[in-house]
Design a protein around this ligand. Structure first.
Ligand SMILES: *[C@@H]1O[C@H](CO)[C@@H](O)[C@H](O)[C@H]1NC(C)=O
Ligand SMILES: *[C@@H]1O[C@H](CO)[C@@H](O)[C@H](O)[C@H]1NC(C)=O
Ligand SMILES: *[C@@H]1O[C@H](CO)[C@@H](O)[C@H](O)[C@H]1NC(C)=O
Ligand SMILES: *[C@@H]1O[C@H](CO)[C@@H](O)[C@H](O)[C@H]1NC(C)=O
Ligand SMILES: *[C@@H]1O[C@H](CO)[C@@H](O)[C@H](O)[C@H]1NC(C)=O
Length: 267
């Protein structure tokens, strides 16, 4: 990690702007009125890139896109009395471990990430009857993930991790054509002296009926108001259409800096 990047990381985490991995994100709450939202983001992240961004050591990140979460476009921590209970999803455990792993915390107890996602987003999604329990929320997310089959679609299109650089437009076009809706694709900005951005997250949007929809708002309807509330992973931002994209493979170990492990303990 270069000093500049480290600096960002520290700033990002300490200001708690939107660190998806921190347990104690503090946001101004408005528990008094219902959080109304109109679309859901199914966020996939690329574990190799997640590891690159994280302060922790990641051992052998999976070489497939895994689930980050299912996020309403508005609201966070909508019901603080609804505590995560891992027993509720014990039937889903093998799929959860495989497709929704806690990429950066390598401890054997992986429930922390799921608790975080439930507390922050699941309790908001739960206003929909189809998502109104832990079991429904996690199983529906797994179902959507399987259905979207991002890994299969990218592979079939010949988009594979490794040393090739892709054009952002090419990746976007493949996905938009296949799915018929526009996803939101996020990257790590190029490091100093580099030209390529690194792909990190791909989000697909769904209506409240769980029908695919564009992540962009229809013309005339501004989404500007919501942009600050959208769950973004620190350092990731919408990819720049004009820059090449690096899709890193997992064969190369990305994290071996002892300082990072040390900082990681502050989570
Ligand atoms: C919040 O969660 C509690 C515990 O599950 C539940 O009894 C209550 O109805 C929920 N409140 C809302 C507004 O959904
Ligand atoms: C957790 O869920 C299980 C299964 O539904 C239930 O038996 C148990 O009482 C719950 N634990 C808590 C603390 O609510
Ligand atoms: C994992 O952590 C949660 C809470 O942080 C705890 O309830 C659970 O018992 C732990 N599970 C294991 C296997 O240690
Ligand atoms: C998504 O956006 C494209 C144009 O950007 C439009 O042609 C299409 O009808 C939209 N699809 C949906 C489901 O709204
Ligand atoms: C995309 O990258 C180009 C070249 O570095 C830059 O000039 C442009 O401002 C960037 N666009 C955005 C939206 O950041």
């Amino acid at each position: 990690m270069k000093p500049a990047k480290l600096h960002y990381w520290i700033l990002g985490c300490f200001s708690m702007v939107s660190c998806c991995w921190c347990t104690s994100d503090k946001f101004p709450q408005s528990d008094s009125h219902p959080h109304t939202w109109k679309k859901l983001y199914l966020a996939h992240h690329w574990p190799v890139t997640v590891c690159k961004m994280s302060a922790n050591d990641c051992q052998d990140p999976p070489d497939y896109w895994t689930i980050h979460g299912l996020w309403p476009d508005k609201g966070e921590e909508c019901n603080r009395t609804w505590h995560f209970n891992v027993t509720e999803i014990k039937d889903l455990m093998s799929d959860m471990r495989r497709y929704w792993p806690d990429v950066i915390h390598s401890s054997p107890n992986r429930t922390h990430f799921w608790k975080h996602e439930w507390d922050k987003h699941g309790t908001c999604a739960a206003t929909l009857p189809i998502l109104d329990s832990e079991k429904k929320y996690f199983s529906k997310t797994l179902e959507l993930y399987q259905h979207v089959d991002l890994n299969g679609v990218l592979l079939k299109a010949g988009i594979k991790p490794g040393s090739t650089y892709y054009q952002m437009a090419a990746i976007k076009e493949v996905l938009t054509k296949f799915y018929g809706v526009t996803p939101k694709i996020q990257c790590l900005a190029p490091e100093e002296g580099e030209k390529a951005q690194t792909i990190g997250q791909i989000e697909f949007c769904f209506t409240k009926e769980l029908k695919p929809r564009n992540c962009t708002e229809p013309k005339g309807e501004s989404s500007r108001m919501h942009t600050n509330l959208q769950p973004v992973t620190e350092e990731l931002s919408v990819c720049n259409d004009t820059l090449p994209v690096y899709y890193p493979s997992s064969t190369k170990q990305v994290n071996n800096n002892p300082l990072k492990s040390y900082l990681g303990k502050q989570f």
